[in-house]
Design a protein around this ligand. Structure first.
Ligand code: ZN
Length: 403
């Protein structure tokens, strides 16, 4: 890839305004594409862009806020079906660090803590274990809320923009791995500000884009997944909440590896809401944008020898495991031009879909495949187990596991 330096880019009119400063012109760094199910409400192309005014790195896209809402409500199939719900080692360590951090800042068993986008409640359960008793979760997914209530925990149906709690109720609001997904950052940040009590805190965890190039096995391209439409570094996340007078107290970035193969740099930030908050003016910073250009220039892309050979030979293959990272390979690597017979996935919701006009079938078919077939295992935390399963059942054909 040969990308010009940022100062040589011609700024163009963005389709999506900068979500941080609302400036309408941006530098388009690279066009990305993903293979999404044929009925996907969001567009399969994302344009990695750097705001011409503040330097924030985000996806410019024709998809609008409603399209993303539809996507997350009806088309976002992750995590629900792999293994039983259990905590990964790296998660457990991370929760213990969060508990310690909160104690250091004076939060206690009676502090009102709200986890926004709590999912299945792993963090809530863990913080309860560390003595934080007055804790509740807010979650979009009805099933998760039901599950938490059945466990005797406090949980409400709601979202970051529609919080079922009183203004200034929370001593601490937690947003773990959700700000990178928001189309409208300021509405979410403003709602957060309004629901924190004066003197209270905000804990935010997002991928740290400043570290997208710090893992030897992966190029920064691997971290540009479709759902992360905002790519924060410390400067820009501090700027977002600084607009509302929230003050950065603590931040740390560590590589978290839940799948034992794919470490993701996660930045955890604690902000305080002063009794008299003073808004801070947004300062431009293009360091991440400049770095991103350099990284993408030197990136070795998503290709590898095995995929190139498959493409050349046009052998018939099955692709097993349709994660969003597999979707990158299916659109941006030689896999897109391979002779794919069908897709395989254990999630029955995906089996109702088509992808690239091909069917998605149940893994039951794996019991009856001939050994002259090649199986490409998609990217995901279960991929090692999937490979073992194939070997255990005596499959002798070629297996390629994507990383
Ligand atoms: Zn901007």
């Amino acid at each position: 890839m040969h990308l010009p330096k940022l100062q040589n880019f011609r700024q163009i009119e963005s389709i999506r305004q900068c979500p941080l400063c609302h400036y309408s012109q941006s530098n388009r760094l690279i066009d990305l594409e993903y293979a999404l199910f044929d009925d996907s409400p969001i567009d399969s192309r994302m344009h990695l862009s750097a705001c011409g005014h503040c330097g924030f790195v985000f996806y410019d896209t024709v998809s609008k806020e409603d399209d993303f809402r539809n996507f997350y409500s009806n088309h976002y199939f992750i995590h629900a079906y792999y293994s039983v719900s259990h905590d990964y080692q790296s998660d457990t360590e991370c929760y213990s660090d969060i508990a310690q951090l909160l104690k250091n800042y004076g939060l206690s068993s009676t502090s009102r803590i709200v986890d926004v986008g709590c999912g299945k409640g792993q963090l809530i359960r863990s913080l309860k274990h560390y003595g934080f008793d007055n804790i509740t979760g807010i979650e979009l997914c009805q099933d998760y809320v039901k599950g938490l209530k059945a466990e005797g925990m406090e949980a409400y149906l709601g979202s970051a923009l529609d919080m079922p709690i009183r203004k200034e109720e929370a001593d601490l609001l937690i947003y773990k791995h959700i700000f990178e997904h928001f189309y409208d950052l300021h509405s979410a940040a403003k709602a957060a500000y309004e629901h924190i009590a004066p003197g209270g805190y905000l804990f935010v965890a997002v991928p740290d884009a400043a570290f997208y190039n710090s893992c030897k096995e992966y190029s920064s391209l691997h971290y540009l997944t479709i759902e992360h439409i905002n790519h924060f570094d410390l400067h820009h996340i501090e700027s977002l909440f600084g607009t509302y007078g929230l003050k950065l107290e603590n931040s740390v970035t560590r590589m978290l590896d839940i799948s034992e193969d794919y470490p993701v740099p996660i930045m955890s930030c604690l902000f305080s809401k002063p009794i008299n908050p003073e808004a801070v003016e947004l300062k431009p910073n293009f360091e991440l944008a400049e770095n991103m250009i350099h990284w993408l220039e030197t990136s070795d892309s998503l290709s590898n020898k095995e995929l190139e050979n498959l493409q050349k030979s046009q052998r018939e293959i099955f692709v097993w495991g349709l994660s969003y990272r597999t979707a990158m390979y299916l659109a941006m690597s030689p896999l897109k031009d391979c002779n794919i017979k069908a897709f395989i996935d254990i999630d029955p919701r995906k089996q109702e879909k088509t992808l690239l006009n091909k069917n998605v079938i149940s893994p039951d078919i794996l019991n009856s495949l001939n050994d002259d077939i090649t199986i490409v295992i998609g990217v995901g935390p279960s991929s090692r187990a999937m490979m073992e399963q194939l070997r255990n059942q005596g499959f002798k054909g070629d297996i390629i596991r994507l990383l």
